[in-house]
Design a protein around this ligand. Structure first.
Ligand SMILES: C[S@@+](CC[C@H](N)C(=O)[O-])C[C@H]1O[C@@H](n2cnc3c(N)ncnc32)[C@H](O)[C@@H]1O
Length: 284
């Protein structure tokens, strides 16, 4: 078993099967009771927040027989999973509870791929390790990725290699997102697709502060400027503050006359329940 599956959620946690490992992570949006309590056993590791967003992985069962490099977490340092489209991704749990993949992007990636004309020029800002764009690279699109973390760009490069995807025509940019977007606008660059998966908070390469509350409208405006007339703009947001109605009203003002499709990114669990994992916006 080398795939990802959300198993269940509840008590503000989510239970996930990530390849051979069963893990628990915080999920503040899961305000209900678990839907299938019988699934919550035989767990390898649980991520527990300790200081702000930082925390540690606690082994939940005797990890005997599990090859572990990171002693004490109940998990190996890294391993691999296959996405639904058959791409391989490296899984690498970190001290913030991230694991190297964001499976909610796999909900829409196939549909987006089919919408884009061949060899589309795609800009993907806040790329991390590329859960939301490796499918596009595989289909031959020319993808520019932007992230301020060396670990993100090296993880992305690793995933390209893992899937034998050529770097030809791809651009990997290690830079502050806001600065890069401003420069691209000055250069009058245009893209068939602009994808922005904004975190709530982040840091640029020179420690510039990124705060979604300050930058969201500017991101919308810059995405509009960088997209071709008939281009597609995709935003994925993870801040619960921005309700669908608020986003719609603001986006209708900025992208006047365009089709704006706003949906929740819902991961279906094995327990047949759903867990919302952010908001998906498609503008065309
Ligand atoms: C939620 S992750 C993006 C997930 C990714 N799109 C995916 O599909 O897996 C947020 C990313 O934003 C990056 N980031 C945070 N602040 C940034 C900034 N000011 N400029 C560029 N990247 C930034 C982080 O390094 C991190 O990789």
């Amino acid at each position: 078993m080398n795939t990802y599956q959300l198993l269940d959620s509840g008590n503000r946690q989510k239970l996930e099967q990530v390849g051979p490992y069963k893990i628990i992570r915080p999920a503040p949006q899961a305000i209900w009771e678990p839907f299938n309590p019988s699934l919550w056993n035989d767990i390898d590791s649980e991520f527990v927040k300790e200081k702000g967003e930082k925390g540690s992985w606690k082994p939940r069962k005797n990890p005997e027989g599990v090859k572990r490099k990171k002693l004490g977490t109940g998990l190996p340092e890294n391993w691999f999973v296959d996405s639904p489209s058959g791409l391989q991704f490296k899984v690498e749990p970190n001290d913030y509870g991230n694991i190297g993949i964001f499976p909610e992007h796999w909900i829409y990636s196939n549909e987006l791929n089919n919408l884009l004309p061949k060899k589309s020029k795609v800009l993907n800002v806040f790329t991390y390790t590329g859960s939301n764009c490796l499918d596009l690279v595989k289909s031959g699109h020319l993808v520019t990725v932007v992230d301020s973390a060396k670990t993100a760009i090296s993880g992305y490069t690793f995933n390209l290699g893992l899937n034998k995807l050529s770097r030809q025509g791809q651009r990997l940019v290690l830079e502050d997102a806001i600065k890069f977007l401003d420069r691209e606008i000055r250069r009058e660059s245009k893209y068939d697709c602009v994808m922005i998966d904004a975190p709530s908070y982040g840091r640029g390469t020179k420690k510039e502060v990124f705060d979604i509350d300050e930058s969201l409208i500017k991101l919308f405006q810059n995405a509009k400027r960088l997209a071709k007339k008939d281009g597609i703009v995709i935003f994925t947001l993870h801040s619960p503050r921005y309700t669908q109605a608020a986003l719609k009203q603001s986006l209708e003002q900025i992208f006047e006359g365009k089709n704006i499709n706003i949906q929740e990114l819902m991961l279906e669990a094995e327990s047949k329940s759903y867990l919302t994992s952010g908001t998906f916006v498609q503008i065309q």
